[in-house]
Design a protein around this ligand. Structure first.
Ligand code: SF4
Length: 64
């Protein structure tokens, strides 16, 4: 699994970090980022839910 976050699109709503706190966090400006070492999703089934929950579609999840 490969996760990418379009920071130009992210509005810092935080839904991703709420849905999958083991994978997503928010940086000092409130924008989403993937926790270190979790770029592959860490097997967290909530990653796709987090992508769905993002109100602006900033998260792309693809199978590698
Ligand atoms: S849910 Fe979307 S808009 Fe909100 S912080 Fe996460 S990536 Fe950004």
């Amino acid at each position: 699994m490969d996760i990418s976050i379009d920071k130009d699109v992210c509005i810092g709503a935080g839904q991703c970090a709420l849905a999958a706190p083991g994978v997503f966090t928010q940086d000092d400006d409130g924008f989403s980022e993937v926790l270190p070492g979790r770029e592959d999703g860490g097997g967290d089934a909530m990653v796709r839910e987090a992508a769905r929950a993002c109100p602006v579609g900033a998260i792309t999840v693809s199978e590698t």
